[in-house]
Write a protein that binds this ligand. Structure first.
Ligand SMILES: N[C@@H](CCC(=O)N[C@@H](CS)C(=O)NCC(=O)O)C(=O)O
Length: 210
């Protein structure tokens, strides 16, 4: 398969940002169909045939299709290896990368930020629940401390270099800032440094202006 037949579906959210940023780091060509959540676009017959979950993001590569932001980023990094993205080569590094991906996706994204989104931004659909939102806020603060401690001595999450974990984490940190979290010191320094990457800036423009 070539690089040229990549198609991405979805723009405008932290989840869609991840694969766009990964693709920009890997210097890939792709076609972006910038459909949004809850615009009705994910519910069309055509899109539902592609992704029965009716969610974004979604990727097509030739005849192969894939949903889930983390799975898509992983597919891209493994299919189009590049010096710009660290790829673990031994079982311990692979396991550490998995540990971080699961932690950030499971605890920071889904259990904290997305639950806040459901019961605050999307309260008309999922119900208003200020106590839930508040407890998610405290829960995330606890996890941010763990990440902050790790970043005391590390420039990137994996000691081998910048990669998928940093992309996931940065997408969540930007989301947390949008929700008015005060990020701890080491995370703030890390975020300022990583956001200088040209691919980050380009992906921001593409994801949020499409
Ligand atoms: N676990 C999925 C989450 C996908 C997801 O929930 N996407 C949201 C936008 S960020 C969506 O499509 N929402 C539309 C809906 O729920 O109807 C991933 O990481 O890709």
């Amino acid at each position: 398969m070539t690089k040229e037949n990549l198609i991405f579906w979805g723009a405008g959210t932290a989840r869609t940002f991840r694969l766009i940023w990964m693709a920009e780091e890997l210097e890939l060509k792709y076609k972006l169909n910038p459909i949004g959540p809850r615009t009705g676009e994910t519910l069309s017959k055509e899109y539902t045939a592609l992704n029965p979950k009716q969610k974004i993001p979604m990727m097509e590569h030739g005849n192969f299709s894939l949903s889930e932001s983390v799975a898509i980023c992983r597919y891209l990094q493994n299919t189009f290896p590049s010096k710009n993205i660290f790829i673990p080569s031994n079982s311990q590094d692979k396991a550490k990368e998995d540990e971080w991906c699961n932690f950030i996706y499971g605890e920071v994204d889904e259990t904290s930020l997305y639950v806040m989104r459901r019961h605050y931004d999307l309260k008309e659909i999922y119900g208003e629940a200020p106590e839930v939102v508040n407890s998610c806020r405290q829960y995330l603060q606890r996890h941010l401390k763990v990440i902050d401690k790790h970043l005391e001595k590390n420039q990137t999450i994996m000691t081998g270099g910048f990669g998928i974990v940093d992309i996931l984490l940065m997408s969540c940190l930007d989301w947390a800032i949008f929700y008015e979290f005060d990020l701890p010191k080491n995370i703030t320094i890390y975020r300022e440094r990583i956001s200088q990457r040209a691919a980050y800036t380009k992906a921001m423009e593409i994801n949020y202006s499409s």
